[in-house]
Design a protein around this ligand. Sequence first.
Ligand SMILES: Cc1cc2nc3c(=O)[nH]c(=O)nc-3n(C[C@H](O)[C@H](O)[C@H](O)COP(=O)(O)O)c2cc1C
Length: 240
Amino acid sequence: MSSEPQSGPTPAPAPGTIPAQPFTEAQREAVYRAIHERRDMRHFSGGEVAPEVLLRLLRAAHHAPSVGFMQPWRFIRVRDAQLRQDIHALVEHERLCTARALGEREEDFMKLKVQGVLDAAEVLVVAMPPGREAHVFGRRTLPEMDVASAACAIQNLWLAARAEGLGLGWVSIFDPEALAALLHMPVGSRPLAVLCLGPVSAFYAEPMLQQEKWASRAPLQDMLYDDFWGQAGAGAQPQA
Ligand SMILES: Cc1cc2nc3c(=O)[nH]c(=O)nc-3n(C[C@H](O)[C@H](O)[C@H](O)COP(=O)(O)O)c2cc1C
């Protein structure tokens, strides 16, 4: 193959394709900024989410990858004030059970703010529909790929929310069966997340659990192996 630079007009992309050009530097920076500045938010400043913004976020979620393209996500927007109170009560109940299950860390856990269900402008429940067993592609040996797919949708929504200047908190402290009953969900469906979404006065500069000294980010180097489990990479010296 010749290494000479090609001259003349850029060939038209093949039908059904988009040229494989990288984003501009500013666009790349924006993508990485959203990734690094996304935070799990539990403090909200009231206000509201404009309908067109909410739609953009939901569209971002709906464009997530999914195993066998099964799209195992449904979004229930909680509009009823009493329903929101009931969800808050479920979360509070499970918070106490979690604290008890933590044993010696019970007291530290109880000091953490782990949800903003009553404070956020919007509450969205992400749930998986019934009938997921019909989707075998990619799930025969790994049935939990439905959960992984729905999590991709939530992550898209989370990053897009950061780009819109909105905070999002993922709450998983609830009894799924109780929440399913509350939301009149059909047999075989499964709620995965209560998302608290809305304006915030500021984003935490680092994970709140790190600020509160509950946990800290592990060095990336500790997560990287070469060839075999546990065999530390010889070459790469990445910063976390
Ligand atoms: C699957 C999942 C479930 C989570 N559930 C909760 C939760 O119930 N309550 C909470 O306060 N944070 C929850 N979080 C947020 C994590 O605590 C948070 O992502 C982590 O501390 C790192 O902080 P960061 O998201 O700001 O980077 C959840 C996150 C994920 C990915």
